[in-house]
Structures are given as C-alpha cells and as structure tokens.
Design a protein around this ligand. Structure first.
Ligand code: SF4
Length: 213
C-alpha cells in the first residue's frame, strides 16, 4: 500500500491503524454518568487519570448529584480533591459548575457545545470529552497528545488546540471523532511519548514524516 500523501489521508490511515492497535481505547476516567465524567474531566487538568480515579469515589459518595455538589461546603470539596493539584480552583469550578447545572439546566449536563463551555472550568477539550464519551455526540478532544502527534504526522501545522480540532473534524467521520482522539491519546502514552518517541515500535512509522530510529 502506498504512503498516504495528504493530511486527510494520513489522518484516515492513523485512525485505521491505531484502531487495530488499541481496540480497547476507552476513556480511562472512571464514571457512571455524564455529570461524573464532567467532574472527573475538570479534575484531570494537569493531573493523571489514575490520580483522579483515586479521589472521585469519595467525592461522588459524598456528593452524588449536581444538587448535592452545588450545596457542598467548598472547604470539604477542596479537601477531597486536594491531591489532584490546583485544588482550590478545581473545587471552586466543580461546585460552580454543579450550581449552574442546577440553576440553568434542570440538573442535567447539556449537550450543546456553547452551553457546555459556558460552565465554570469547562473548555472545548472537556466539552468534547463529555460529548463523545458520555453523550454519544460528535466531539474530538484535542489534548497535548493529540496536538503533538497530529503535528508530528503532518496532519496539521496548527499549534492552537481549537484550530487543530476544527481542521481535524472534516477528516474524521462525526461518530468516530472521539475514538480518533482516544486512540491518539493511547498512542501518546505508550509509544509516541513526548520526551522519547519509540518510532521503532510505531505502526505509523512507515508514513510518519517525523519518524526517527
Ligand atoms: S513514527 Fe515516531 S514520531 Fe511518528 S507517530 Fe510514530 S512514534 Fe511518533
């Protein structure tokens, strides 16, 4: 098979090959519903999924619904999320987000991008995680792995995550955008590691313009 020569062609081959490589690629943040995923994703900023998964069981046991979290004492929430880092901001954001859900959205997580990004602590990346993983809607989260690897693969020249997302969207079928992102995140954690990419183990190396040894 010839090398894909266009950004769209490279995106399609990447999606196919990483799909074979990581058939189990799913969101690694533990959650039971869209509200819990929204909270967990806000907590995951600058923090590992593993660490978030260690704090959310106690947090969700204490405050299982948006109504409960909206009325929570901030100091207790700070204590519960302390080990995820930036805990004061994160606690304020998740309590503020829950209050907005209760006051503006009848206690439910909205699906519209413009509604999601109007919530405290929610940017497009978080909104796209919730849309694609928990709500069954199109969403292509661009995190540090997605931005780095699509650049290395010559799929985009943009550095800004929003510009990358908008450029990638038409290259991937709407229903598969979340999977595309998740596969790149798996690849970035296991093979195309930021400090030392393992190009010799990479299934994309035969067409990656950045492939080294
Ligand atoms: S060949 Fe190397 S740089 Fe290219 S995607 Fe694979 S690991 Fe990353």
């Amino acid at each position: 098979m010839g090398k894909p020569r266009t950004p769209g062609g490279r995106a399609r081959r990447t999606h196919e090959l990483l799909g074979e490589e990581y058939p189990e690629a799913v969101c690694e943040l533990d959650h039971q519903d869209p509200f819990q995923l929204l909270v967990a994703t806000i907590l995951s900023a600058q923090c590992t999924d593993k660490r978030v998964n260690m704090v959310t069981p106690d947090l969700f046991a204490a405050y299982p619904t948006p109504e409960d979290l909206a009325a929570a004492p901030l100091a207790h929430v700070e204590e519960l999320v302390r080990s995820t880092g930036f805990f004061a901001t994160k606690a304020r954001n998740i309590v503020g987000m829950a209050q907005e859900l209760v006051h503006r959205f009848d206690g439910r997580v909205p699906g519209k991008m413009s509604d999601l990004v109007s919530l405290p602590g929610v940017g497009r990346k978080t909104a796209n995680v919730v849309r694609s993983v928990a709500l069954g809607l199109p969403g292509l989260p661009v995190d540090t792995h997605v931005a780095r690897i699509t650049g290395l693969l010559g799929i985009t020249e943009h550095k800004d995550p929003v510009k990358i997302e908008l450029e990638l969207n038409p290259m991937v079928p709407a229903a598969e955008r979340g999977d595309f992102s998740m596969r790149l995140i798996f690849h970035g954690r296991r093979v195309c590691i930021a400090r030392r990419p393992r190009c010799h183990e990479c299934v994309l190396a035969w067409f990656c313009p950045s492939a080294g040894d």
